[in-house]
Design a protein. Sequence first.
Length: 377
Amino acid sequence: VLPAVQDSGRWANIPICLPPQISQHRHRLVACTWTAASYTRRGDAVGVDDTAHRLREWLLFHEMVGFEQVYVYDNTEGSNSPLYDICAEFKVCVYHKWLAAVCNNNRPNHPNPGERSSQYAAEASCRERYGPSADWMAFIDTDEYLVPMKSDTWKDVLEEMDANSIKILKMKSSRAKPRLKLMEEQMDKTTCVDPASRRSRFKPESCVVPRSNETFLRTYNCEYIKPPRPDRFQRAMKQIYRPSHVWNHFVHYSTVTADIAHLYKDYTPDDTYVATVHSKEWQRSSPEIFLDELTQGILVHAKTVLPHETMYRSSICRLNSTLPCSLGFECPAHVEFSDRLHTKNLFQDDDGKYCNCWTNPKIEQVLAPKLKIALEE
């Protein structure tokens, strides 16, 4: 399939590929992910290698809540990847070896900002290849959990959205904190070293990691911003969308949709022409919503807290500290949250002890126990 040359930009960008083959079996809800057994964070300063440990739980959870297929695009270097064997354990998992390189992994504020073209190409491939045979699709990372709040699966929420002609479901994103009470001392001391010695004035402690007998979902079930989250967390949103409506998707955003692509020449006298997507009128009529985090669905971003980030916890994670604490200390549900005060570390539990995050009771009482039982079977 070749686009017109004048629409292709550089010659190197002209794609040459076969049209996607549409599956005979239609799926209600699917997910795509671009991942690797090990990777470095933005700036390449710190490596993370827990994907293989996370993937089995992540696949099982999303299968449990109603995802019928999950497409794994594996960017692990070399011919043998542990992710392949894990994917093979699940009927819902479809594996793709994906060796396309990342152009650079710089931070966004770098003069040459990060450009993860491998990730962008994987998402485009997944949408083009599998979107035509799916009603709903999501593109998420293996540390992100799409949690249904209306029932134990996404079925009821999707039916509600279909009944209201909604095409894009948006979920705000903030980093959850791993709860210290569900962590244990790390036995491997080689990674319990502060690479920058940024807080050498503090007394170091042994590092802690999530307990081996706990799920990541439960360990990270502690939000430092008590839901519903403010609008500023829309920026890094994730979406579940109808691929028939979304013609192009870019990590967090639906960049081209069927209503945006409505050409002026195709408008009828009864249509209202809107010249820009920034129009408030267009936004009000657009078939997309942010889900109610308490009654419809919520995103849990369980981004890895590395061992060395826990080694000064007693000095940092305390009342009135001026530094952010990376670990979670659970606040009772009745403790009132103040967005104005949360950075000042002023919240206290019933005993007057420091606390900094709130658990989701649906996860704690229903989904996490169910997930743990499934993992043990």
